[in-house]
Design a protein around this ligand. Structure first.
Ligand code: AMP
Ligand code: GLY
Length: 440
């Protein structure tokens, strides 16, 4: 067994770590990988955008199958190309990846399939978009339709903020082609959840839910980031809620994708808002989330390798056993570089604490310098996952070890999982006013 992992972040390190746990003999090749993945396998300096290079690498190494971490190569058609050539690969085709790469496509699909989501309309003319914003009133959400490096969503608390966002996208081209089309969307109130499912296009294996922490500051304050931490499980997402989301969100979405001629295979990530009317989709992603993957995989007791391989090889997972989870909780704390989420400084020497059985350090923005020292090379530098019996204990351990990841200007939150802890200490006040009816 030999697996090629495309990508070089914390998500890809966590995937490599889990595959190796599932099969200690599994060969791992990563392109481009990172120094953490290098301790599990071979890293080859091929960029995630170099489809020719990746294709040649997969052939040269005769890999069993390829796993694609980030969305960009999926959008560029790596799965279409590998499949055409008979190479097994885990991920959606470019057309199916539109569920993430085109918010307009995703929204139209959901509305047509009756999948619960915020109502929205698409505009290319600023005046019409502004009229819609005035009709809806603030708060209101303005979104660039395409991929805008996580910056294309403005949750506007005033009409002037919404109008400025429309001008930035449609008049000033702040996001280029990604912002040439904007969605004006109804504001939803509630807590957010990340729900992943492995799928062969028809059948699916849902994960337990996780919660991401997008803001840089403790208490969810300050600017948005790629994600400063995550935890699982989430008490407000018991198996009944996951089942509800499978029935009302994931299954109809897969059906609609098949009907649209672009069946979705790989990992479908639903970003859900738990509103008073039940779970509604905020967005879909066509790949594993980062840093949720780093929190979820250490809790996954059953094999990830087996269903991923089946999906990559085009086999059905109808008879695959449900994913099994260990008891306890995981908290992942991201340690970010100086300046993140703005312009970051690179090249700071990193000292890592020694390994311990309950904590795993996943590399993200790290590299080896000319003399082999580990240095910072990106915004999110490492992700520290602690697994413990309770969220409180996992949070303590994760923050403690994160504090021992030492480099100039390092920053991390010490409150990952705070919503869960607040719930635990106030059980009489449910965070979701009217939980959706539980399906047995
Ligand atoms: P997205 O890139 O679509 O996930 O949006 C980024 C973030 O904006 C989400 O994680 C939400 O916190 C927020 N957001 C997006 N759409 C809405 C909405 N309709 N109502 C409230 N918040 C939203
Ligand atoms: N955690 C958010 C994402 O992966 O898009």
């Amino acid at each position: 067994m030999k697996v090629l992992i495309v990508g070089g972040g914390g998500r890809e390190h966590a995937l490599a770590w889990k595959l190796r746990r599932d099969d200690p003999q599994c060969g791992i090749i990563a392109a481009p990988g990172n120094p953490g993945i290098a301790s599990l396998g071979t890293c080859v300096p091929v960029a995630t955008g170099d489809l020719d290079g990746l294709d040649a690498l997969a052939r040269r190494e005769s890999v069993t199958f390829t796993i694609v971490g980030p969305e960009a190569p999926l959008e560029a058609g790596i799965v279409d190309r590998f499949r055409r050539e008979g190479l097994a690969i885990f991920g959606p085709t470019s057309a199916a990846a539109r569920i993430e790469t085109s918010k307009r496509f995703a929204k139209e699909l959901m509305l047509a399939a009756g999948v619960p989501t915020a109502s929205a309309r698409t505009f290319t003319k600023p005046d019409a978009a502004k009229a819609e914003v005035r009709r809806l009133g603030a708060p209101v959400v303005v979104k660039a339709s395409g991929i805008a490096a996580g910056k294309g969503v403005i949750v506007a608390t005033s009409l002037s903020e919404a109008e400025a966002a429309i001008d930035a996208m449609l008049v000033d081209n702040a996001f280029g082609a990604a912002g040439a089309e904007v969605l004006v969307e109804e504001f939803m109130e509630g807590e957010e959840l990340s729900l992943f499912a492995l799928t062969d296009g028809t059948h699916l294996l849902p994960f337990i839910a996780a919660q991401d922490h997008k803001r840089i500051g403790e208490g969810d304050t300050g600017p948005n980031t790629g994600g400063m931490g995550a935890y699982a499980p989430v008490a407000i997402a018991p198996p009944s809620l996951v089942q509800d989301a499978v029935e009302r969100v994931l299954t109809p979405t897969l059906r609609a994708m098949r009907a649209a001629g672009c069946p979705f295979t790989g990992l479908l990530y639903a970003g859900l808002m738990l509103t008073a009317d039940g779970p509604k989709v905020v967005e879909f992603n066509c790949r594993f989330g980062d840093p949720e993957t780093q929190a979820l995989l250490p809790l996954l007791a059953s094999s990830l390798l087996d269903p991923m391989r089946a999906i990559a090889e085009g086999r059905s997972i109808a008879d695959a056993p449900a994913l099994a989870w260990t008891r306890g909780a995981a908290v992942t704390t991201v340690v970010a570089a100086a300046g993140y989420p703005g312009t970051v400084r690179s090249g700071d020497v990193i000292a890592l604490p020694p390994d311990s059985p309950d904590v795993t350090i996943f590399h993200a923005g790290t590299k080896r310098d000319a003399v082999g020292a580990l240095v910072t090379a990106g915004g999110r530098v490492v992700a520290v996952t602690a697994v413990a019996a309770t969220i409180a204990a996992a949070q303590r351990r994760s923050a403690e070890v994160a504090a021992h990841v030492v480099f100039a200007g390092s920053q991390h939150r010490r409150d990952i999982g705070w919503r869960e802890l607040a719930r635990a200490s106030a059980p009489a006040a449910p965070a979701v006013p009217a939980a959706p009816a539980a399906t047995p």
